[in-house]
Ligand binder design. Structure first.
Ligand SMILES: Nc1ncnc2c1ncn2[C@@H]1O[C@H](COP(=O)(O)OP(=O)(O)O)[C@@H](O)[C@H]1O
Ligand SMILES: N[C@@H](CCC(=O)OP(=O)(O)O)C(=O)O
Length: 373
């Protein structure tokens, strides 16, 4: 897909980072917000579905509470987020109303998307809002999210939302012009990359962390988000929120920021949901034969090809499969809890009944419940 296709997109996710929204921690940047909303409103009025993923609740809460630096403890962060989210939604609501549009607040935790039923519910609610012509404004539900159930950063949340609603384009607005060959704050000679494949091995090395003290992700989570989004075929553009008419310019297909080309085979819907799971409960080390049948033959994983298992998991939970060098090959929902899995690794299915006292699935992970990495 080239940038010229962006002119025809029907569904877009726009993610705006904390550093942009809050003028480096000085309170919400209302002029910029008005400009972004105007561009989104124009697109909405042309019939394009727009979903906004907005960070900034913690940063705005810090500003309202007079906190000089991002709180360190979870309860302070959660309190700041609760205060700041009020300002955030009010500002977006006022701005969308000024264009005759309704916004809707949607707060999500990772738990909401890891449970298949809730995932499907979130999807139908978002699609219903879009059918009503509403602009959903999504953020992580910071006040209740514990480490266990959080996305961790809104770049990942935005990518999972793009997967959820099958958006064709994810636009990530940040305080840089796009992805540079290195963090421009640390490497002044770094140059902007206008276009790169989501498969390019150099991405990891180039993208670093956040240094603003306001945001959480940095460029590394944005790159990961571009990869995640590509699993449902979505293209990603990372661009500067400060560039004039940034959203409209990207959609018009002009060269701006970094375009991540989604040149991978998109995954089927259920596998996409699997690939978006973040809480990995255990690890299986596979022998070379098992790695081969998974990768090239598209088969299920049998216990006989597993060397060791580790972690704490129940039947149905997500585990990661690695080769003997530790490289991740696949992820999937396992058919046995850790205690039983330990007993049957390396064994053939004809022995399970004798070992476990019952005969169950022959596969450790069925192909339908597995996604290759
Ligand atoms: N290769 C890179 N190119 C551009 N920015 C980078 C790179 N590596 C790290 N960064 C850092 O990522 C920051 C953007 O991420 P972040 O602070 O999380 O912003 P946001 O609040 O928009 O999510 C930049 O300000 C920069 O310091
Ligand atoms: N939910 C948090 C998001 C924090 C976050 O990911 O920030 P950023 O890296 O700026 O997108 C908030 O609203 O403050």
């Amino acid at each position: 897909m080239s940038r010229t296709h962006f002119k025809n997109v029907k569904r877009v996710v726009v993610k705006i980072g904390s550093s942009l929204l809050t003028k480096g921690g000085q309170g919400l940047d209302k002029a910029s917000i008005a400009a972004w909303v105007q561009q989104m409103a124009e697109l909405r009025q042309q019939g394009i579905d727009i979903v906004l993923v907005s960070s900034g609740s913690v940063a705005e809460g810090m500003s309202r509470l007079g906190l000089k630096s991002r709180p360190k403890t979870l309860h302070e962060l959660q309190a700041a987020a609760a205060v700041g989210q009020m300002g955030l939604v009010r500002t977006f609501d006022d701005n969308f109303q000024a264009h005759g549009l309704h916004a809707a607040q949607v707060l999500l935790t990772h738990d909401d998307l890891s449970d298949r039923q809730r995932y499907l519910n979130a999807r139908s609610t978002l699609l219903t809002l879009l059918n009503f012509g509403v602009v959903p404004v999504i953020n992580e539900n910071d006040t209740v999210a514990t480490e266990e159930i959080r996305f961790g950063d809104n770049d990942t949340l935005a990518a999972l939302v793009a997967n959820l609603i099958e958006a064709e384009l994810l636009i990530i607005l940040t305080d840089q012009q796009g992805l540079f060959t290195g963090d421009p704050g640390l490497y002044p000679d770094a140059t902007l990359i206008p276009e790169i494949s989501v498969n390019d091995d150099r991405l990891e090395k180039m993208a670093g962390d956040s240094r603003s003290g306001l945001g959480r992700g940095g460029m590394s989570t944005k790159v990961r988000a571009a990869r995640l989004a590509s699993r449902s075929g979505a293209a990603t553009v990372i661009a500067s929120g400060g560039a004039a008419h940034v959203i409209s310019t990207v959609i018009a297909g002009h060269e701006l920021g970094t375009y991540f080309v989604p040149d991978i085979e998109p995954l089927a819907a259920r596998k996409r949901w699997l690939a978006g799971q973040l809480q990995v409960r255990g690890q299986l080390v596979l022998d070379a034969g098992a790695v081969k049948v998974l990768k090239s033959d598209g088969k299920s994983l049998l216990p006989v090809g597993i060397k060791t298992v580790s972690g704490q998991f129940e039947r149905g939970e997500l585990v990661s499969c690695v080769d003997e060098s530790g490289a991740e090959i696949a992820r999937g929902l396992i058919n046995y809890g850790i205690n039983d899995a330990r007993l049957i690794v390396g064994k053939s299915s004809s022995e399970f009944e004798k070992i476990l006292g019952y005969a169950d699935d022959a596969e450790m992970i069925h192909r339908d419940n597995m996604v290759l990495i």
